[in-house]
Design a protein around this ligand. Structure first.
Ligand SMILES: [Zn+2]
Length: 237
């Protein structure tokens, strides 16, 4: 999961912080800051991306919406319909999960052959259980064997992108020149699933640095100069 930085509350032409009247009004600003990808599964989407409330605006069992959550810039991310509907309106305690705007979520999970997402084995048992809770909350473990809903293509997409990234790496080993490296960055940008590219190219410091720079909103303070992930200030990991 790509760690992101949504930045401060957007300002208007006079430098005043924007008060969003509807949360939907923040969508354009969020896409500009975070790119056109789901903040959880990293699927590339344009028209299907929705403003996601980290803490639900109307938690399960509540009678009304909570205005300070509904319109709070710091409570917004972007989500695809699969992540959004799986997470639903379950009320969350932030510390029980990892969040791409708080933690270095790239350290929390590992991506492996076929696009499978697991808690990182380098975490303590306690943090692994938080990683697992995050995977369950967003349904990132869903695949055709345990999810009969054919509409959820996240796992299939990850598997496809994994294979595209592997082929790109093989081609690069045969034709290693700067323009081709830039072409791979463009391919990554078009297909998204940044974490998969970061995993497949983990031994290529130059490509890691290019990927980290390529997308809007990637939290650069989560990586050292060689592109290796480091703990995030203020995060759990
Ligand atoms: Zn998603």
């Amino acid at each position: 999961m790509r760690p992101v930085n949504r930045g401060p509350i957007p300002t208007d032409a006079y430098g005043n912080e924007i008060n969003f009247n509807k949360y939907q009004d923040a969508r354009g600003e969020l896409i500009e800051r975070l790119g056109e990808t789901c903040s959880y599964c990293e699927m590339h989407l344009d028209s299907g991306l929705a403003v996601e409330h980290v803490k639900p605006k109307k938690p399960k069992g509540a009678d009304d919406r909570i205005p300070e959550r509904e319109l709070d810039w710091h409570n917004f991310l972007l989500a695809c319909s699969n992540c959004n509907s799986t997470k639903s309106n379950k009320d969350v305690i932030l510390d029980d999960y990892f969040w791409p705007d708080i933690d270095n979520t790239f350290r929390a999970f590992t991506y492996s052959d076929g696009g499978i997402i697991m808690p990182s084995s380098e975490l303590s048992a306690e943090l692994q259980s938080k990683a697992n809770a995050t995977i369950k909350l967003t349904g990132l473990d869903k695949h055709p064997l345990n999810d009969p809903k054919a509409s959820d293509r996240r796992w299939i997409n990850r598997r496809e992108i994994w294979n595209i990234a592997i082929r790109a790496k093989e081609r690069l080993s045969r034709n290693d020149y700067d323009d081709f490296r830039e072409q791979i960055v463009d391919t990554m940008t078009g297909h998204a699933y940044w974490s998969i590219w970061m995993t497949v190219f983990r031994d290529d410091s130059d490509m890691l640095q290019r990927f980290i720079k390529a997308l809007a909103g990637t939290a650069k303070d989560c990586f050292d100069h060689g592109g290796m992930p480091i703990p995030r200030l203020g995060g759990q990991v």
